[in-house]
Design a protein around this ligand. Structure first.
Ligand code: NYM
Ligand code: MG
Length: 216
């Protein structure tokens, strides 16, 4: 007799500009899902605890300078370092909620003038998210939230360009995966909207099948 079929976990990715509230909402979602019995883990990229993450951290904190291509490949390698674990968790029925992914990788590098295809290539074949929640925040609200920190990229000029790149990326993965969330609203309202969207994804037939590969 065939083994009883078990649904895999969902791979849910948050994307957005700095100060869009991603980290807060990732934590809220992980807690809410676990509280209702959906076994869920959080993840984040860059994962600064990994060996590539240490180099990325030096670059972002302006302690080290790196060629634009070298840092791009490190960000991608940082995802590949975790990819096997993510697929294993999903197969074991664990939902994974991730703070940033390959879309940040492309957006932040493409604005430096690297070609779109070159930026995308190293991430082709990574685990494909079942849902991307893009938290869209207006520059005014981001400013009210305390402005930017000291890291590389944390200027309104860079953030404005990155926002345009994200919009283009959303069109490349399709609206059944990419969902925009109005992140100007209060934390609770945004959380409720996210839970509604995630409930749909958790009910999807896609979770009866294998984890797909991104852009393949
Ligand atoms: N970032 C993040 C990239 O440039 N490429 C990537 O692939 C990823 C995942 O790192 N400004 C940038 C976006 C952020 C910065 O991320 C640090 P965080 O979520 O603030 O730690
Ligand atoms: Mg940041």
């Amino acid at each position: 007799a065939a083994a009883p079929s078990r649904r895999r976990g969902a791979f849910i990715v948050f994307e957005g500009l700095d100060r869009s509230g991603k980290s807060t909402q990732v934590q809220r979602l992980v807690d809410a899902l676990n509280a209702r019995g959906v076994q869920t883990k959080g993840a984040r990229f860059p994962d600064r605890t990994l060996s590539t993450g240490k180099m990325i951290d030096s670059y972002l904190s302006q302690k080290a300078d790196l060629d634009d291509r070298a840092i791009h490949l490190l960000f991608s390698a940082n995802r590949w370092e975790r990819a096997t674990q993510i697929v294993e968790d999903l197969r074991n029925g664990v939902t994974v909620v991730c703070d940033r992914y390959a879309f940040s990788g492309i957006a932040f590098s493409a604005i430096k003038g690297l070609s779109w295809n070159w930026c995308r290539a190293p991430d082709v074949g990574l685990p494909q998210p079942d849902l991307v929640l893009f938290l869209r925040v207006s520059p005014e609200v981001a400013q009210q939230r305390g402005g930017f920190g000291q890291e590389r990229y944390e200027t309104s000029e860079v953030q404005g360009k990155v926002e345009k790149a994200f919009t283009r990326l959303g069109q490349s993965v399709g609206e059944e995966v990419w969902t925009e969330i109005d992140a100007d609203k209060g934390v609770d309202e945004v959380h409720e909207e996210i839970v509604r969207r995630v409930e749909q994804a958790l009910g999807s037939e896609a979770l009866d099948g294998e984890v797909k590969k991104l852009w393949e």
